[in-house]
Structure formats: structure tokens, C-alpha cells
Design a protein around this ligand. Structure first.
Ligand code: SF4
Length: 447
């Protein structure tokens, strides 16, 4: 269509933010925008930001500078910043980056069309002296966001927003607010509609899915019961993330082990193996409790993969504390670990309580050391899969090319195999003939 408005959205951060961008895309589509895949093609650029790590925040400002350069060719190009950074920093964003036209909070997605008009009305070309912002605390209702889903077979479904845990290092409760659970009926309605549209996989999202329902006044509304209800819906795979070691219940483990469409993957951040550091982080469990929990899950859910997040270099972390984390990683033999170097976030408890006293090069050494151990564990575990068959949902062509495609096993491992684009979005059985830390390789078995 001639003169169609075009928008480009860039997302930083977690899967919840990726899903929020699908909501922003839907709001823009309703407002007459076509979504494009680069800022060079766009009349409007939206950065959906993350504040969990300092690095992502710096990157937003440097990318905003690049957008400014694009205005030499397209002076009407607008830049809006949304998400956690916008929520936490508000007006300060304009002070740091004059390229920004408007700012909207994590819960103000439906305000975006109005903000665009407001920004356009300033100075005729969008530049302005007064900040254009929407940072109200009354959240958008998820049911009212017209999501434009990126995939036609995998759908993300938010079940909670915010978090009431206040782990000492974490900015989430300050940027997205306290725990807010969606009603089970609304979630069931969304997932049933996805089933009708023949989606193959649904991924339930929450900062801590195991806290689902804690803010609602009904003890029957909890994560185990939600999974049970979803096990009745005609969706072949239901995944979820993230779980919390202090909140996951025995009943949740039962449902994963008993119900066919609930996938055997639990992403459960441990963060540290040192009891002292876990206490400083306000995590609510010890190393032994975590290891016992992993053992219990592995013994009750055949074929399960437990993955985790770890922070190294939390303030005051000594070599002794770090070796406790090494010990935990070696004992738990997890299916994967994202290892992060501590980064102080203004507003959090640890930011005010401690100096960031572990030097950067020491954080890097600890991170690399753990990565090496975890890589060796995955190498060994993946070698054990050689000769076995995995059910795989085919996702996309693999970057390595050669007619190979990439998909995920039920326990969320990456599987690479020769396939054709017609297979995308369908299930195949792959015979594994090679396994390493980068994934499982195999061939599709013909039925
Ligand atoms: S559980 Fe802790 S780390 Fe996770 S979002 Fe909540 S406060 Fe942050």
C-alpha cells in the first residue's frame, strides 16, 4: 500500500519482553503500521528495553545515537523507548539521549498511538522540548493487547506480570511492579483459542511462574492447578518459565511427570551455590535444598532437563563462596546454565547495601571457569543421547546452512538435522548421531 506507515521494534531482555513486543506490534498494526525488519525502512522505531543488566542499558543509548544519524535521510523518523528502562528512568532518558521522542512504561503499551501523535505535533517534525511520556501505574489489561505473534506454531502466553520477591540484586519488582496473576479463565480462553488456531506449543511466562495465584484470594488458583487445566487443552506442548526453587511444589512436579503435553523442562535459577550469598540475595533456600530438589525432580520426571541462571561476583563473594557454586554445578549436572556477571542496578537492595567489590576481571574468570565446567557436563550428557530418538518441533533453518534446520526437543535441547522448509512448525522424530555442548545432531526418521 502506498504511504503505509512502517514501524520497526527492537527488543532487549527476556522472553516476557519479546512477548510484550508482540503486543506493541499489535497496537501499532491496529494504528495502521506495517512492521518492518530494519530501522532504515521505518518511520517509527520502538526500543523495548531491559534494565536487568547495565550492559543492555548502555546499548540502548548507543543504538539511539544511530537512529539520530538516520534522520539525515528521514527527518520525520520517530524514536520511542518503552519497557523496564523507560519505567525506571522516565524523563532521565531524554536527558541522556536527545534522539528520543517519547517514552512509555512497561504497562503503557496501549498509550503508544497517542504518544506518537503527541510527538508528531511537536515542531512539525517530531523533535521537541517537552518530554512526551506515559508512565502510569495502572497496567494494560493483557486481554486487551492485540498480539501479533511472531510464530504460527509457538505462542508465548503471559500468566503473571511483576514479582513480589525482592531478591536483593533484582530490578524487576521496581520496574514491573508487584506480582499480578491473570485469572485462570482468561489464560484458558487464550490457550484454547491458540489450540483452535492449531498452535503446536505454548510457553507460559512469568518472572516466577510458581508464585502464580499468590496475589489472588483463592487457594485453588495456583500453578499446579493451572497446568492441570491446560493439560486438558488440545495443545501438543506446554512449556513454562521461570520456576523458583523456593516456590515450586510437589504437585507441579507431579503434573509435569503425569501429563503428556507438559514438557519436561524446568528453568529454575539457583543464582549461587554459597549459602551465605544466597541469604544476601534473599533467595530463600540453601545449596543442599536446591540439590535435593533437583534430585527429586530428576527421579520423578524421566527425561527432564533442569536449567538455571547463576550470578558470579555478587558483592562480598569470596573464592570460597565461588567454589561452593562450582561444587553445586558439578553435583547438579544441569541441562544448561546462563552465567551472568553481577551488575549493580540502582534502586535494588544490593546496590545500596554493598560496594561492587569483586573486580571485573575476577568476575570474568569465575564466569569462564563455570562455563567450562557446564560445557563439559553438557558434552557428556549429549553424548549419552547418541543412538536415541528425540521428538523435535522444527523451528527454522540453522545458521550453519547446508539444508540443516533447528528445532527443540521436549526438554528444550537444540537439535540440528537436515530438513525442508515445509517441515517448519511440525513434529519430527530425529535419530541422534552426534552430541556436543552446542546441541544434538541427527537425521529425521521417516514414519
Ligand atoms: S524472583 Fe527474584 S530474581 Fe526473579 S524476578 Fe522476582 S525478584 Fe527478580
Amino acid at each position: 500500500m502506498a504511504n503505509q506507515k512502517r514501524a520497526y521494534i527492537h527488543t532487549w531482555g527476556c522472553q516476557m519482553n519479546e512477548h510484550k513486543s508482540e503486543g506493541i506490534g499489535g497496537v501499532l498494526a491496529q494504528d495502521g503500521y506495517e512492521l518492518v525488519s530494519s530501522p532504515e525502512e521505518a518511520d517509527l522505531v520502538i526500543f523495548n528495553t531491559c534494565m536487568v543488566r547495565e550492559k543492555a542499558e548502555d546499548k540502548v543509548y548507543s543504538e539511539a545515537g544511530k537512529i539520530r544519524l538516520l534522520r539525515d535521510k528521514n527527518p520525520d523518523l520517530l524514536l520511542g523507548i518503552g519497557g523496564c528502562m523507560a519505567q525506571a528512568l522516565g524523563q532521565k532518558i531524554f536527558e541522556r539521549s536527545p534522539a528520543v521522542d517519547f517514552v512509555f512504561g512497561s504497562s503503557n503499551v496501549t498509550d503508544v498511538p497517542h504518544l506518537i501523535r503527541e510527538a508528531q505535533s511537536r515542531n512539525g517534525n517530531g523533535r521537541h522540548d517537552e518530554p512526551v511520556m506515559a508512565l502510569q501505574k495502572i497496567p494494560d489489561r493483557i486481554e486487551e493487547l492485540p498480539f501479533v505473534r511472531e510464530s504460527r506454531f509457538h505462542a508465548k502466553v503471559t500468566i503473571t506480570e511483576g514479582c513480589s520477591n525482592f531478591c536483593s540484586f533484582c530490578i524487576v519488582p521496581y520496574t514491573t511492579g508487584l506480582l499480578r496473576s491473570r485469572l485462570p479463565g482468561d489464560i484458558m480462553h487464550e490457550v484454547s483459542s491458540l489450540a483452535t488456531q492449531k498452535y503446536k506449543e505454548v510457553q507460559l511466562l512469568g518472572q516466577n511462574v510458581d508464585s502464580y495465584g499468590n496475589d489472588l484470594d483463592d487457594p485453588d488458583i495456583n500453578f499446579a492447578n493451572l497446568l492441570l487445566a491446560l493439560s486438558q487443552v488440545d495443545i501438543p506442548r506446554v512449556r513454562f518459565m521461570s520456576s523458583h526453587p523456593k516456590d515450586i511444589t510437589s504437585k507441579v512436579i507431579d503434573v509435569i511427570s503425569e501429563k503428556n503435553n507438559i514438557c519436561e523442562h524446568i528453568h529454575m535459577a539457583v543464582q549461587s551455590g554459597s549459602d551465605r550469598i544466597l541469604q544476601e540475595m534473599r533467595r530463600g533456600y540453601t545449596q543442599i535444598q536446591f540439590l535435593e530438589l533437583v534430585d527429586e525432580i530428576k527421579s520423578r520426571v524421566p527425561g527432564v532437563s533442569v536449567t538455571t541462571d547463576i550470578i558470579v561476583g555478587f558483592p562480598t563473594e569470596t573464592e570460597h563462596d565461588f567454589l561452593d557454586t562450582v561444587n553445586l554445578v558439578e553435583k547438579a549436572r544441569l541441562g544448561g546454565a546462563y552465567i551472568f556477571r553481577y551488575s549493580p542496578r540502582p534502586g535494588t537492595i544490593s546496590y545500596y547495601k554493598y560496594e561492587d567489590d569483586v573486580p571485573q576481571d575476577e568476575k570474568m574468570r569465575r564466569s569462564n571457569y563455570l562455563l567450562d565446567i557446564q560445557k563439559k557436563i553438557i558434552d557428556e550428557e549429549h553424548l549419552k543421547r547418541v543412538g536415541k530418538t528425540e521428538e523435535v518441533l522444527v523451528e527454522r533453518p540453522a545458521r550453519i546452512g547446508g539444508g540443516r534446520f533447528i528445532g527443540k526437543s521436549r526438554d528444550n535441547r537444540t537439535v540440528i538435522f537436515p530438513a525442508t522448509s515445509e517441515m517448519i512448525g511440525s513434529f519430527v522424530h530425529v535419530l541422534i548421531n552426534e552430541g556436543s555442548a552446542s546441541g544434538l545432531m541427527g537425521t529425521v526418521m521417516l514414519s
